[in-house]
Design a protein. Sequence first.
Length: 280
Amino acid sequence: MIIRKNQAALNADEKRAFVRAVLEVKRTGTYDRLVTTHNNFVMNDTDTTDRVAHRSPSFLPWHRRFLLEFEAALRQAEPSVTLPYWDWTADRTPASSLWGPDFLGGTGRARDGQVTDGPFSFAGGRFPINVRVDGRGYLRRTLGAEVAALPTRAEVDSVLAMPVYDTAPWNSASNGFRNHMEGWRGVNLHNRVHVWVGGQMTSGASPNDPVFWLHHAFIDKLWAEWQALHPGSPYLPTAGTANVVDLHDTMRPWNDVTPADMLDHRRFYAFDTDPEAAGR
Ligand code: CU1
Ligand code: CU1
């Protein structure tokens, strides 16, 4: 069984294996292909094509599918690796071990935001930024500089308490759990974390920063927590909604997977906090 763990609980061997796997997926080109996929799915509310990845109900199932693809690539490189999650309500400062030189490396230098330590630094030579939103070919971060603080657990709990998955007009103006989780309304959870990290994380090419995957693994876990809190609340909309991915509509770019296919994470993995993971 694939168990996704809190990154703060990884031991030194697990961190090394994760880093090796990321660098191998980068070396083969799969990593940059995934960054390109994500960048192609950044849209605004008025696009006439279906909004799939963001500003839409399928934000959560789209990213679950996207993370599964990355995790499968990691496990091809290093079979022991699973995707860790970053609980930013707990590990909420640039001094967290997440940002250590033995794991993701730290914030960028003042002059240009360039990350200069850890396995993904430009000087290390193994993690060039190839899918660029501007001319800069190095990983950048400005941890904690653009927004005062990461979301708190109380803020997360206030969003988890919302009983309805999503509402018309099914975009960034919607009320409901999905849009508050995504961050376009209310306390702002997901979007705020991108801004707190800064650099590429504030762009459509955000998966260029390996922390993207750990951030979204936690968003994915919060979706599962919301489902457990509201077992009677379905994915919405269920059918017949123009330019929106309904429950049984397929999602681009895969075209063979629907939100319904993604609703139960236990088909694919367990979190270390799930009962299934006990004793492992
Ligand atoms: Cu995204
Ligand atoms: Cu995101």
